[in-house]
Every structure is written in structure tokens, then in C-alpha cells.
Design a protein around this ligand. Structure first.
Ligand code: 6R9
Length: 650
């Protein structure tokens, strides 16, 4: 994907310079301080958290090349749930913590800070009664209901690590993630609701748990009341577990570097990576960026539309907003149901002032025209955010002109599961924006661009995006796989963290993210490894070989394009094409289903047997004027037949 670009500059509105947390001079001053005197800068920032024991050792970070370690606030002691709940009880006990908007517009629910605290304590006590202790792993496979946040915070309260698995993932994907971390407990629901339809969760959980001997208990939330199978001794209803528990639970004392959660994300190989975040650094990064990038103030109603199953939901539905004592909106449904006005109706209904969504949702709504937006008021809105993939200038401008009526600045926030929180993003009172650019780094973050050989480039340039420092929110390791952590992130450019993204820096020092440069596809803001989809395809009995690449897609950003070679006696057919789509849905989940499947008699390989993805990407994109160097291909003639095959697809 080439870098989106637009020359337009949107200056900071005068009213924002006065009321926001930082103006331009203050941003520049504090950014320099964070670079030149990080110990002092971060010691001050750490005071945003509530500690049982304040840290004196602030920062001990080395990105190699020899020793690679990331430690922040090492001797500090705290509890994340206390920071998100208890410390607000004095002043905000009755303030809405979570405003939940159901899939059905008639359903909503508000939990005050006092109520959320009590709910979290009850579940925490329930988990303890099931034998869950500090350091244990708990997998959370829940739809977008308040209990998902309650489950995360209850784990944090007792020092158990949560591993949230997106409810759209299959039994197979769930099992893999449970097994990788040997979770002791699974929290799920009977079913979920989305777009007026129910989807199974407990049935998937049952299927997954057949292969997960580590799981001793399965706690089931009743969401729809749908029929579920039951395994006595293992399965427990959520409401029965929490009903008689005390609404107070002594928080576990956690060291700053004790693990808070693991979250699986796709990499270049078939096996998802267990990104590990620890307690203080992550919480501080999430809450500071929520305050400064998303400009949170006390009176705001904040809505992040992400799912709790992704890092954006972790940092900007749960930890960031709640650590700041915010009202956070949680939405169970989809942007286009019951109609294409839904997002804007929810904004009016709950008087949302800060709205944070993904480009794919914006592009899907652009297709519905302006009328569904104009039918609503959106008067409460004052800031718009974007995350998950590069936002094309057209989508940016529509978001700005139509949704925000030119009144609301847009913050395009670049970050990753690994960085924990936004790392390149404008502070809206300080930094003029350009449509399509994530602009400048957050405090403590030093992005660099390197060329193919790992040499650092200066000034205006384009190349691979690395970080010399990513701040306190960075992942600490990959769970139980430190070698893969070192290999994946620190081997491409010694001494630097490699993001997997490409980027360009313009004459003003602004960063423009150009998309992944590794074998990861970004489908509707969701990361998928090509290898994951390939291994699902080749697991099908009729498939001999498969190669998967991303290609430009008008709504999803990138679509999934699969080249499939069938077994010798199998004939290609539309039925088989559909069956393979269904198969991948079942193996991984609906988000991984290929958008296009092209039959291929063979795949272009180098003489050493490596699939030449570069060529396949070009063919999928319909860009075959210059395929680059194909001289190392074992059989160059087959490229022509793939190009012919592509024509029959589009
Ligand atoms: C937060 C999140 C990370 C990948 C990342 C990049 C892409 C995210 C972006 C963006 C351009 C932005 N990405 N935000 N690209 N502009 N504002 O999405 O985490 O799911 O781990 O994905 O998403 O490619 O490397 P995650």
C-alpha cells in the first residue's frame, strides 16, 4: 500500500489552544524533557497513579543489541483495579463508570463507580473461591457486555492475568490461546448478540475445552438465555457464582512489573503471539494517552467503538478511561444496525463528547451517504479519533466535515498491541493535523525510520518504522517465548524495536504510516497473519497448497486474497470455493474468511522453494505492469497463467 498523502494542514483551533492540556510550546518542551531527562519526567508522570509503595527506580530499558530488557517503576507496588475503581469512590462513587448500549437500541445499562467496584469485588471473590490465585491465567471469551470489563478488573484485583479472546474467534482459535498460556479458568457466555443475531459462545467453548486440560472451571454468563450444554463439576453460572459473594475484596499487592495481561496477536508465522503487558507501565501509558491524546476532561463522555477482544478495547474502553475516572461507553452492536445512523444515535443518546473509531467503520458509513449522519444532532461531540489502520484522506475529510461538522479535531493514533497505548498521535491542542498522518510522537517515544539494511535515515525519508524507545507501555516479552520476542522485534534492526510497519517522514517531521511490511494483513483494522490463513486452508482435505496475501479493499482497507492449489483429483468449483470460505470461518473465525479465492495450478516459488509473495501481492492488486525481478523463479511461465486467472476473478 502506498502512503496516503494530502497537503492540507488543519491548524489547531484557537479555542483548543486555550483549553487543551498542551499547546504547541508545552508539547515541545515536555517532549524534550521526556527524551533528555526521562527519569525525572516519568517519576513525575508516575504520580498520576495511586501506589501502595511509590517507585524510586523509574526506568531501566535496553533495546539491545546485547541485553534486551524493559523495566519501569520496578520497585513500585500498586493494583490496577484500585487505580480504576477504589481511588474514585470518594469523589465519583455515583458517577457513571460504564454506560452500556445494547445491540437492541431499547437496551442500555449504567454502572456507577460504586456499582462497578462492587461487581468487580464479587467476581474477584468468586474467582478466589474457585481456587484462582495470583499469577494464574484466566481466559475471557465474552461478548461486549459490562461483565467483560468486570472480568478483566476482577483478575487484576486478585493478581491473575487475563487473556481476552475476541468473541468472533472460533473454537479452534480459542483452544490454541487457552493452551498457550495454560489458563486455569474460562469465563464465557451462553451466546452473544450482534446486528440482531445471536452467535454461539458456550458451544465453541465446549468444543475448545475438549482440548484444554488446564481449564478446571468454566464460568458462564447468561446473556441471551439460549440453550447450552452443561458439564457438571466444570461449568458454573456467573450469577450463581457471584450472588452470595461479599462486595468487598482486598486487592492483591502487585509489583509494577508483575504481569497484568496477555493478549494474542498475529505475527508472520502461523502461531499467534502472546503479548505480555505488566501493571504500572501499561496502566500509566493507557491513562496518560487517554488524557492527553484523547483530551479527556472530567465532564466528558468517552466512546471507543473497539471490541474488548483487541488491544484498543483493553486500553481505551477499560484501563485508560477507568484509571482517569471517566464515563466509558461500551457498545454491543454494529454501526449499521438497525440502520446506518446507529453510531450517531448512540452519540446523541448518551451525549458522547469524544468518539474513537476505526477507518473501516468510517468507510463503511461513507457508502451509506451523508443523510444518516445529518439525521442526528452530534452537538455533544468535540473530538474525533481514528485507530487501527492508515486512514485515507477521503475518509478523514468526510469524518471531519460530515461527522464533526468541521468543529472537532481528528486525532489519528498509531500504535500496536505491543506498544500498549498510542505512540504516534497528535495532542489536539498542540499539533496541527494533516489528513492521513499520525503526526508526531507521544512523550517518551522516539520513532526512527530505517532502510532495508537497517541503517537509520534522517530528515525526509521513507522506510521501515522502528522505535528507539516506545515508553512505559511497551510489551515486556512474548508469554513463555522470550526468544521469539527478541527475534521478532529486535533482530531486524539491532538496538531498535521493529514495528513491522512502513512509514514516511515529511519535511515537518510528521509520520505517515504506509501499512505492514511483513506478512501481516490488516483487515478492517484486525491483524491477521497470512500464515494463519494458509495453514487453515491447507488443513482442508481437498487443498494441496495455499498462499495468502493482502490486496487493497475499498472498505476493509485490505482484503484477503488466497491462491489455492487443489489436490490432484479435485476439480475446482464454486461450491468448493464457498466451502473453503466456510472452512476458514470455522477454523479461525469470520474475519479470516478470504475475500477472493483464485485457483492456481501451482504457486510461484524460488529455486529454494520459497513462495514469492511479492509477485502474488502484485497480481492480487491487479498491478502487473512491473512484477519486479522474477529471475529466481523456478518456473516463470506460471506467472502468466496466474495473471490470466486473476482476470476471471475480478
Ligand atoms: C491499536 C492497534 C497494529 C497495526 C499497526 C499498523 C496498524 C494501527 C494505525 C495503524 C496506520 C494508524 N495501525 N493504528 N496504521 N495508522 N493510526 O490497532 O493494534 O491490532 O496490534 O494493530 O495496525 O499496521 O502495526 P493492533
Amino acid at each position: 500500500m502506498s502512503a496516503p498523502s494530502s497537503d492540507a494542514i488543519f491548524p489547531v483551533p484557537a479555542s483548543w489552544q486555550r483549553r487543551a492540556w498542551f499547546d504547541n510550546a508545552a508539547y515541545r518542551r515536555d517532549y524534550q524533557r521526556s527524551m533528555h531527562d526521562p527519569q525525572r519526567f516519568w517519576a513525575e508522570q508516575a504520580e498520576h497513579l495511586d501506589w501502595f509503595h511509590h517507585p524510586t527506580r523509574i526506568r531501566d530499558v535496553s533495546y539491545g543489541p546485547e541485553d534486551i530488557h524493559i523495566r519501569w517503576f520496578e520497585d513500585g507496588v500498586l493494583n490496577a483495579s484500585v487505580n480504576c475503581l477504589d481511588r474514585h469512590l470518594l469523589e465519583r462513587a455515583r458517577k457513571a463508570a460504564i454506560v452500556w448500549e445494547g445491540d437492541d437500541p431499547a437496551e442500555s445499562r449504567t454502572l456507577s463507580y460504586a456499582e462497578l467496584h462492587a461487581e468487580v469485588c464479587r467476581l474477584a471473590n468468586g474467582l478466589k473461591s474457585l481456587g484462582i490465585c495470583k499469577g494464574d491465567r484466566v481466559t475471557v471469551y465474552l461478548p461486549m457486555v459490562p461483565e467483560a470489563a468486570v472480568a478483566m478488573l476482577a483478575c487484576a484485583r486478585i493478581g491473575a492475568m487475563h487473556s481476552v479472546v475476541f468473541a468472533g474467534f472460533s473454537a479452534e482459535s480459542l483452544a490454541g490461546r487457552i493452551r498457550d498460556c495454560d489458563a486455569k479458568l474460562l469465563i464465557t457466555a451462553d451466546e452473544g448478540m450482534r446486528g440482531g443475531r445471536r452467535f454461539a459462545l458456550k458451544a465453541n467453548a465446549d468444543e475448545a475445552l475438549k482440548r484444554c486440560p488446564s481449564v478446571q472451571a468454566c464460568v458462564v454468563l447468561r446473556r441471551t438465555g439460549g440453550e447450552v450444554a452443561w458439564l457438571d463439576g466444570r461449568d458454573r453460572w456467573y450469577h450463581e457464582l457471584v450472588d452470595h459473594q461479599a462486595s468487598n475484596c482486598e486487592p492483591e499487592t502487585m509489583n509494577a512489573e508483575d504481569p497484568l495481561f496477555v493478549l494474542y496477536t498475529s505475527g508472520s508465522t502461523g502461531k499467534p503471539k502472546g503479548v505480555l503487558h505488566t501493571t504500572a507501565g501499561y496502566l500509566l501509558a493507557a491513562s496518560l494517552t487517554h488524557r492527553y491524546v484523547l483530551d479527556y476532561h472530567d465532564e466528558d463522555v468517552f466512546w471507543c467503538t473497539a471490541d474488548i477482544g483487541w488491544v484498543t478495547g483493553h486500553s481505551y474502553i477499560v484501563y485508560g478511561p477507568l484509571a482517569n475516572g471517566a464515563t466509558t461507553v461500551m457498545f454491543e452492536g454494529v454501526p449499521t444496525w438497525p440502520d446506518a445512523s446507529r453510531f450517531w444515535q448512540v452519540i446523541d443518546k448518551h451525549r458522547v463528547s469524544i468518539f474513537y473509531t476505526a477507518p473501516t467503520a468510517i468507510r463503511a458509513l461513507i457508502r451509506q451517504g451523508d443523510a444518516p449522519v445529518r439525521a442526528t444532532s452530534r452537538k455533544s461531540l468535540r473530538l474525533l479519533g481514528s485507530v487501527g489502520e492508515p486512514i485515507n484522506p477521503e475518509a478523514w475529510l468526510w469524518y471531519y466535515n460530515v461527522v464533526g461538522e468541521q468543529r472537532c479535531p481528528i486525532v489519528d493514533t498509531w500504535w500496536q498491541t505491543e506498544t500498549g497505548a498510542s505512540v504516534i498521535a497528535p495532542l489536539p491542542g498542540a499539533i496541527a493535523t494533516k489528513p492521513g498522518s499520525a503526526t508526531l510522537p507521544f512523550f517518551g517515544v522516539e520513532p526512527v525510520i530505517v532502510d532495508e539494511d537497517g541503517r537509520v535515515l534522517e530528515g525526509e525519508c521513507e522506510g521501515r518504522l522502528c522505535l528507539r524507545d516506545g515508553g512505559p507501555g511497551m510489551l515486556r516479552t512474548l508469554y513463555r517465548d522470550h526468544d521469539r520476542f527478541v527475534q521478532t522485534y529486535f533482530s531486524a534492526c539491532p538496538g531498535l524495536y521493529f514495528t513491522g510497519d512502513g512509514a514516511r517522514r515529511d519535511k515537518d517531521g510528521y509520520f505517515w504510516i504506509t501499512g505492514r511490511v511483513d506478512d501481516v494483513i490488516n483487515v478492517s483494522g484486525h491483524r491477521l497473519g497470512t500464515a494463519e490463513v494458509e495453514s487453515a486452508l491447507v488443513a482442508h482435505p481437498e487443498v494441496a497448497e495455499a498462499a495468502v496475501v493482502g490486496y487493497p479493499h475499498p472498505v476493509k482497507g485490505q482484503g484477503i486474497y488466497a491462491y489455492v492449489t487443489l489436490k490432484a483429483n479435485t476439480q475446482p468449483s464454486d461450491e468448493l470455493r464457498n466451502a473453503l470460505g466456510q472452512w476458514v470461518r470455522k477454523e479461525i473465525g469470520p474475519i479470516a474468511a478470504p475475500d477472493q479465492i483464485q485457483w492456481a495450478s501451482s504457486l510461484p516459488k524460488t529455486r529454494s522453494g520459497k513462495i514469492m509473495r511479492r509477485v502474488l501481492r502484485k497480481i492480487a492488486a491487479g498491478d502487473t505492469t512491473d512484477l519486479g525481478d522474477t529471475s529466481t523463479l523456478a518456473d516463470a511461465t506460471m506467472v502468466e497463467s496466474l495473471i490470466d486467472g486473476r482476470r476471471t476473478i475480478a
